[in-house]
Design a protein around this ligand. Structure first.
Ligand code: TEU
Length: 491
């Protein structure tokens, strides 16, 4: 999955773009990219770009000209004499004061990421131009970063000081998406789009992805990844609320009736799922496969984030100097100011920091990523968790993912079937059925280190895939720790 590769000062790992037409030298040159695109093309692989249109880096030429007072470019952003009380998602105020202008500009993220003013037709035209530039280079897809924040409804103070309701899923969202769709990717039938949605709703996502609306193909939402937030606060530690997780899956799976879900556990913003929802020690392989099954059997399009397919875990850093992520470092200071102990802060960062997912890919038992010192420490467990070992073991997590992908291609009931929740209140099991014409699947997943059971009629079903080898199939089905079992029947 994601990461942007455009020219950037890398204050936020590339989500602060200086120039949308150039590749950052840390990733190579335009020639390298052209070669990659053409080699991929030959192998029938299309490249998808991660692109950030809600904001630019403050080093972008537009913002620099705005700072010089050029009205044309000030109108590309939101400059105001009086700030609102909104909070930045990375901590502190969402407004930064510029002394030379005696004005504030809006930044929903870091202060080096200034929000673009989509109200301005010139901005929309620039963004369409960028999309078409890359489409002409044969880029076959786009992941639009926090795209549901582009329509700001009103600049007024929020009673609870956050501001979200004034800029999330705003009134002009559908209009803006339709416009860029019509003028760029919508003209082609082989380009795929996914919108990353911050604090969104099922209703909005249905609207964005209803094929008749010509906006986006599918959406990522994060509700299932907030079930370990105490009082909805990310920077806390709490065992995940399993009932809540199941409710959210069931609601989104059933609710996206007109649209389409992007399915995922991991991305560059989330701690590793195996450390969070599985068991990254005793049941490392088993629980990695269980989580994979849970997601890959759902209705939607699954995304895999680098390292997930070999069961990479959280980094468990112990020193703030090991962190690189701007959000983690900001919150380290915020939590310290709130009086939390160093130990508690580290416990929180170990559970929640985005850097848990940002350490280098573990290729072999020496690491194998680069001869140079990487930007962030490699997880020491590369000695036992790495690609090479996975490739040498037919029972590995990697081959299990491969099998899941093949099954989706083979079985319409996986790619097209409907979704029916079962065992909704079971304390350990998340289970559902899928149906398509005369085919049926039952998917059963144990999220805990316990032996348990369910009573279910599985007559005439056979095992399609499981993370355990031997089974006794009967209607009082015994389920082992972190077991996943997918049963298939056709009539
Ligand atoms: O992230 C959007 C976002 O709202 C959050 O998930 C955020 O990363 C954070 O974890 C909140 O606690 C996107 C990108 O994926 C992220 O990497 C960027 O930092 C962010 O937008 C700004 O561009």
């Amino acid at each position: 999955m994601d990461n942007t590769i455009f020219l950037s000062p890398q204050n936020d790992n590339g989500y602060d773009i200086t120039d949308y037409y150039h590749i950052d030298p840390i990733y190579g040159t335009m020639d390298d990219l052209d070669e990659l695109i053409s080699e991929a093309h030959k192998r029938n692989i299309g490249l998808m770009f991660d692109i950030v249109f809600n904001h630019t880096s403050t080093t972008h030429a537009w913002f620099q000209r705005a700072l010089k007072g050029e009205q044309k470019y000030k109108d590309y952003y939101f400059f105001r004499k009086k700030p609102t009380n909104w909070e930045s998602k990375f901590g502190g105020s969402a407004w930064e004061y510029v002394e030379e202008l005696d004005e504030y500009y809006l930044h929903l993220f870091d202060k080096t990421q200034a929000d673009l003013n989509w109200e301005n037709p010139n901005v929309r035209e620039e963004l369409v131009k960028i999309l078409n530039f890359w489409i002409d280079k044969d880029i076959k897809g786009f992941r639009f970063d926090v795209i549901n924040l582009i329509s700001k409804d009103a600049f007024v103070d929020d009673n609870n000081g956050v501001g979200k309701k004034f800029y999330t899923d705003g009134k002009k969202m559908n209009q803006y998406l339709r416009e860029i769709n019509q003028k760029s990717f919508g003209k082609y039938d082989d380009i795929i789009t996914v919108g990353e949605m911050s604090s969104t709703t099922i209703e909005s996502c249905n609207n964005y992805t209803n094929p008749q609306h010509h906006e986006l193909n599918m959406t990522f939402n994060f509700h299932h990844l907030k079930v370990d937030y105490e009082n909805q606060e990310k920077w806390t530690t709490m065992p995940f609320n399993f009932q809540e997780l199941k409710n959210i899956f069931n609601q989104w799976q059933l609710g996206m009736k007109d649209g389409w879900n992007a399915l995922f556990w991991n991305c560059h913003d989330q701690p590793r799922s195996i450390s969070r929802f599985g068991n990254d020690t005793k049941y490392h392989d088993i629980s990695a496969k269980m989580l994979a099954t849970t997601m890959h059997m759902q209705r939607g399009t699954p995304y895999i984030y680098q390292g997930e397919e070999i069961g990479m875990t959280n980094n468990y850093f112990t020193d703030i100097h090991q962190y690189r992520d701007v959000e983690s470092i900001n919150y380290y200071h915020i939590l310290k100011n709130q009086g939390l102990s160093e130990d508690k802060i580290h416990e929180i960062l170990q559970a929640k920091s985005r850097d848990n997912a940002r350490s280098p890919m573990q290729w072999n038992n020496n690491g194998g990523f680069s001869k140079n010192t990487p930007w962030i420490q490699m997880n020491p467990n590369h000695t036992t968790i790495n690609v090479e070992d996975n490739l040498n073991n037919t029972n590995s997590i990697f081959y299990y993912y491969q099998k899941l992908i093949n099954l989706r291609k083979q079985y319409k009931v996986i790619s097209e079937g409907n979704y029916i929740p079962i065992e909704k209140d079971h304390p350990y099991i998340y289970a559902y059925k899928r149906q398509y014409n005369n085919e049926e699947l039952i998917i059963i997943n144990n999220f805990y280190d316990v032996d348990t059971s369910i009573d279910i009629n599985i007559q005439d079903y056979e095992i399609l895939i499981s993370n355990y080898n031997q089974h006794t199939l009967n209607n009082h089905l015994q389920i082992r720790p972190y077991e996943s079992i997918v049963l298939y029947k056709h009539s």
